[in-house]
Design a protein around this ligand. Structure first.
Ligand SMILES: *Cc1c(COP(=O)(O)O)cnc(C)c1O
Ligand code: SF4
Length: 336
């Protein structure tokens, strides 16, 4: 019998994740052509609307052909609406993020320190604050880690280190090993958490070397995925999740509530069911960060609450994500 994890191991030659990363679609016209919508090319904004296009081909393959409203396509296709100024939406997150990344480590919440481990992502999501802050991966420099690790070492109240970004799994496994060697020398850190979209958008990243590293790590391991719609899952994503679980990882998911993508009770319920089928529990459903260029994705709070209430009626409690908004300066995410 070929199990999911065996299937993942039998990847065809040429599927090395770094090669696939490089081969991502970066021209919005190519993207439209690949999904049979080339006639919509004249509706694209001029240039890249301030944020480059990047979509792994495997993710494009999960989009429906000929459907301009496909929930995966809408997350990555530049829209004219991005170029309109919306009041209440800012690029302030930029300054905030710049300060954060210069420091490398963010210690806002009790017991948990967050490390901006990398500025790179395999996919560029149009709703992301990153659109105003295309930072390189200078955070990956070992010197920066030394400072961050020193901070963690000196504060015995920190029991969990969170690797975030960008996408921390954009780093090579050798780099991650370098970081975890430093961590293993800090006895009060018992958990390593990784916030990543790669198992979903480029599941080939979950290769033998990464799994070996995780399986050998003498820490509790949590991976928080980022998927917004059930259609983002296919057999390759299932296989990546199965391998992570076999390596002793607890799998959670965070989503962003996005108008036109997942702002229906059916879509949210289907996402929770699909996550659970892959061995993943829903964790957070985020209200959108109010960044300039993302206003057309916003869902108001009243509707957001009604949607989560509808999901609560339909699904077991463990499949209902917590609806939250991130507010600068607060000691935790704020539940709605
Ligand atoms: C979101 C976040 C965390 C993690 O919060 P949880 O509620 O534990 O998921 C930790 N630190 C910072 C700075 C964060 O923004
Ligand atoms: S993967 Fe995450 S950090 Fe990267 S662009 Fe998408 S939402 Fe932003």
């Amino acid at each position: 019998m070929i199990t999911a994890s065996h299937a993942a191991r039998l990847s065809p030659p040429g599927s090395d994740w770094r090669t696939l990363w490089r081969e991502a679609v970066t021209d919005p016209r190519d993207l439209l052509t690949l999904v049979g919508l080339e006639h919509l090319a004249d509706r694209l904004p001029a240039g890249d609307a301030g944020f480059s296009v990047r979509v792994p081909r495997g993710f494009v393959a999960r989009m429906r052909q000929g459907d301009a409203h496909d929930p995966l396509l809408l997350q990555v296709l530049p829209q004219l609406a991005e170029t309109l100024l919306a009041s209440g939406f800012s690029t302030d997150a930029v300054g905030d993020m710049a300060a954060r990344s210069a420091q490398g480590v963010l210690h806002k919440y009790e017991g948990r320190a967050l490390l901006i481990a990398s500025g790179s992502c395999a996919i560029n999501c149009r709703y992301c604050f990153r659109r105003h802050f295309p930072y390189g991966d200078e955070m990956a420099a070992a010197g920066q880690w030394r400072k961050a690790l020193d901070h963690v070492q000196q504060d015995a109240s920190i029991s969990e280190l969170i690797l975030s970004g960008g996408d921390p799994l954009s780093l090579t496994t050798a780099k991650l090993e370098e970081l975890s060697r430093g961590l293993e020398a800090i006895p009060h850190v018992t958990r390593l958490r990784i916030h990543t979209r790669l198992p979903v958008v480029l599941p080939e990243r979950i290769d033998d070397a990464l799994i070996d590293w995780l399986a050998r790590l003498p820490l509790q391991k949590v991976v928080v995925l980022h998927a917004n719609h059930a259609n983002e899952f296919d057999a390759s994503v299932d296989a990546a999740c199965a391998r992570l679980r076999e390596a002793g990882v607890t799998l959670l998911n965070q989503s962003v509530l996005l108008r036109g993508v997942n702002d229906e009770a059916d879509a949210l319920a289907a996402l929770s069911e699909r996550l659970f089928a892959a061995g993943v529990l829903p964790y957070y459903l985020h209200q959108l960060d109010r960044v300039q260029g993302a206003a057309h994705f916003e869902v108001d709070d009243a509707r957001a609450l009604a949607l989560v209430e509808a999901v609560r009626h339909r699904l077991p409690g463990y499949l209902v994500p917590k609806l939250v908004r991130e507010i600068g300066g607060e000691a935790s995410k704020r539940p709605l």
